[in-house]
Ligand binder design. Structure first.
Ligand SMILES: NC(=O)CCC(=O)C(=O)O
Length: 266
């Protein structure tokens, strides 16, 4: 499987529409790949909280249209990153879109863990409640978004649902880059799965982005890692390595579930 992670720069001197068209052109350039991935909230920037309401769009809005066409023009599976989605009957959501090579929507995932504690995304957006996997020829993707990376139980749920390739669009800040790399490797090792984590470059809302998109194999080896700037990270890997790793080192079979609550000793 050939995958291209488009680590696009999100800077305030570029309009959302110009970036949308630029992202679509970058997707088209990846014709020949099997899977193309864009980052989280790349239209606005993940920390541009004031833009969320202004730039929110319905699920089938302008980003959907442009990305569906780009996927079919390139003939690739496209994880188009996430958009600020305006649900006509509810709050905003941080929603990822996955398109098939014919430009059909294969899946939408509303980010479950919202970042910001008592401000930002955590108060401006609603929380998704559903895990999402996507069946591709020869493998299954499990999708999660940025801050979700800190919550291992979500990824174990995806692995239990058959995910072999964990795809994580993000807008991760430079300040916590060490966590990004460590957590991407941890999620790969503990689930014996590939991790494809695609971040943004540039600086928006005063927050320099980490970039450093990363692809990790089921043994925890880093197959490819981007630098800090805008870059397309391309990698080839064999999803069958998930099954061989799980067969040869069957740690997932040693899970002990349903433990009794802790016994407190005073
Ligand atoms: N957009 C995000 O979810 C940011 C997450 C983050 O900065 C962190 O977990 O650290």
């Amino acid at each position: 499987m050939r995958a291209s992670l488009i680590q696009i720069a999100v800077d305030e001197d570029e309009s959302v529409e110009a970036r949308r068209q630029r992202a679509a052109a970058l997707v088209r350039e990846q014709a020949g790949a099997d899977l193309v991935v864009l980052p989280e909230l790349w239209t606005t920037g993940a920390f541009a909280y004031e833009e969320f309401g202004r730039e929110a769009e319905p699920l089938e809005g302008p980003t959907y249209d442009v990305m569906a066409k780009a996927a079919s023009d390139a003939g690739v599976w496209l994880h188009a990153g996430s958009i600020p989605e305006r649900d006509p009957e509810g709050p905003l959501y941080n929603t990822s879109l996955v398109f098939s090579p014919s430009g059909e929507l294969a899946a939408a995932y509303r980010k479950i863990h919202r970042f910001g504690f008592d401000k930002g995304e955590a108060v401006l957006m609603g929380a998704g409640r559903e895990l999402v996997t996507v069946r591709l020829p020869g493998t299954t993707l499990g999708v999660a978004t940025c801050y979700d990376l800190r919550f291992p139980e979500l990824f174990r749920g995806l692995a239990d649902a058959g995910a072999e390739v964990l795809v994580i669009p993000a807008g991760w800040p430079e300040r916590r880059r060490a966590h990004w790399t460590l957590l991407a490797q941890a999620r790969a090792v503990e689930n014996q799965a590939f991790v494809l984590a695609c971040g943004t470059a540039g600086t928006h809302a005063g927050v320099p982005q980490a970039g450093h998109s990363i692809v990790v194999d089921p043994w925890g080896e880093v197959l490819a890692e981007a630098g800090a700037g805008e870059e397309v990270l391309t990698v080839e890997f064999d999803p069958a390595k998930v099954a061989t790793t799980r067969d040869q080192f069957p740690a997932l079979k040693d899970r002990v579930l349903g433990l009794a609550p802790p016994h407190h000793h005073d």
